[in-house]
Design a protein. Sequence first.
Length: 114
Amino acid sequence: MRTRDQAVPPGEWHDPALRAALDQVVALSHENAVLGRHLAGVQARAAQQAADHAAALAAMRRQLTRLRAAALRHAIEAQALRDALRHLPVAITTGPARPVATTQIPSGPRHELP
């Protein structure tokens, strides 16, 4: 960048309007540099936030998939228990000669029926 002394020929500095205009250009150039650095910082923070939000969203999607799978497993287990419960009165009235249940009761933690 040219300095004020290089931009104006010698002897022209006695014009106060020219001196004020050049001083204003120098001040604006400095302010532009400050604002440029500030903008770069803001853009870097925005990019970091976007990356953080994308990572959080991906983690939430993975968690949603796991929770959906668990809900499906529980629904299947509940249906199997309902089926076993539906066959229970038949098994009780017919005696031990017939199978107690035609459906395998899943192993694992017991849940209350709805």
